[in-house]
Design a protein around this ligand. Structure first.
Ligand code: PBG
Length: 331
């Protein structure tokens, strides 16, 4: 094809609002959004997260209210993260297996409030439950062991599924955990519980505000580089994604988001499966801080970044901006 000026003027289709709308290639809708929420003990509690302006930890009644709000905004799914009380954290994170833990009570509160009108995604990893803040079990040398951890994660996943979770999202990056969870769900006669694997999760500097929100930041001993990925690697991310699909994941996630658009793009091209991005806490905080510092209009900065994920091939985006974006999109 040989398109030459002046027969071709690409500005022609950009000249009016209606024409720009007609030629728009990528569209963001509230159905593309997954809203991460932080749960805390108590009732009637809203506890703002200092590092995430506009984001709070809610007691389970507030979580149920947020879920109702999500339904009315057209947001199809929420993701839950507990801030476990200090007294319930332990070396082995046993509270993760308690059928009456904060997470399970939040799931039930949402189900009572919203029925089947919303999807509930739950995070599988031990960091909100351990005293050391690592995602798994730690041996005497401080190493997070793989196979022992997987055994616990399977029980954690079953506990969440039993409470009513729709999507199990392992964020721990242990080898083999998707297969183990999938087999356990089959055995437990829960064949329709989905797995969204945090397939390519990087050892990122952008998780700081999240760790404050769930109370694991100050506790964290060491780093997570023996299980989360090196930000320098892309081929390895594709290997991670391929394995998780083979092991029984229904969808895969790339995390963080914007700094890893190439991974999203390559994953979509290579496997043509549903790919989700997690626009993580540090990314959210940067947009808010940038807008507050006068870099640009907050809503416009937010929408441009969310759109980038769709353009790169995402089926959806986990974002703390979900309610704000949904409101703007619905307006
Ligand atoms: C825990 C987990 C983390 C996030 C989601 N699940 C933090 C971590 O791995 O340390 C980060 C999310 C965010 O920063 O918004 N396994």
């Amino acid at each position: 094809m040989n398109r030459n000026y002046p027969h071709t003027r690409l500005r022609r289709t950009r000249a009016s609002n209606w024409s720009r709308a007609m030629h728009r290639e990528t569209i963001l809708t509230p159905a593309d959004l997954i809203w991460p929420l932080f749960v805390t003990e108590g009732s009637g509690v809203e506890d703002p997260v200092a590092a995430l302006p506009g984001v709070s930890r809610w007691s389970t009644d507030g979580i149920a209210a947020c879920a109702k709000q999500a339904v009315s905004l057209g947001i199809p799914c929420i993701a839950l993260f507990p801030n476990t009380p200090a007294g319930k954290r332990s070396d082995n994170g046993a509270e993760a297996l308690n059928p009456d833990n904060l997470m399970c009570r939040a799931i039930k509160a949402i189900r009572d409030a919203c029925g089947e009108d919303i999807g509930i995604l739950t995070d599988v990893a031990l960091d909100p439950y351990t005293t050391h803040g690592q995602d798994g079990l730690v041996d005497a040398a401080g190493y997070v062991t793989n196979d022992d951890t997987v055994a616990v994660l399977v029980d954690q996943a079953l506990n969440q599924a039993e409470a009513g979770a729709d999507i199990i999202a392992p964020s721990d990056m242990m080898d083999g955990r998707v297969k183990a969870i999938r087999m356990a769900l089959e055995m437990a006669d829960r064949p329709n519980v989905q797995i969204m694997a945090y397939a390519a999760k990087y050892a990122s500097a952008f998780y700081g505000p999240f760790r404050e929100a769930v109370g694991s930041g100050d506790r964290l001993v060491g780093d997570k580089k023996t299980y989360q990925m090196d930000p320098a690697n892309a081929d390895e991310a594709l290997a991670e994604i391929a394995l998780d699909i083979e092991e029984g994941a229904d969808s895969v996630m790339v995390k963080p988001g914007l700094a890893y658009l190439d991974i999203i793009w390559r994953a979509k091209q290579a496997f043509n499966v549903p790919v989700f991005a997690y626009q993580v806490s540090g990314e959210y905080a940067l947009i808010e801080a940038g807008a507050a510092a006068g870099v640009g209009d907050r809503d416009a900065l937010m929408m441009e970044k969310l759109l980038a994920f769709k353009r790169a091939g995402c089926s959806g985006i986990l974002t703390y901006h979900a309610p704000l974006a949904a409101r703007l999109l619905g307006a």
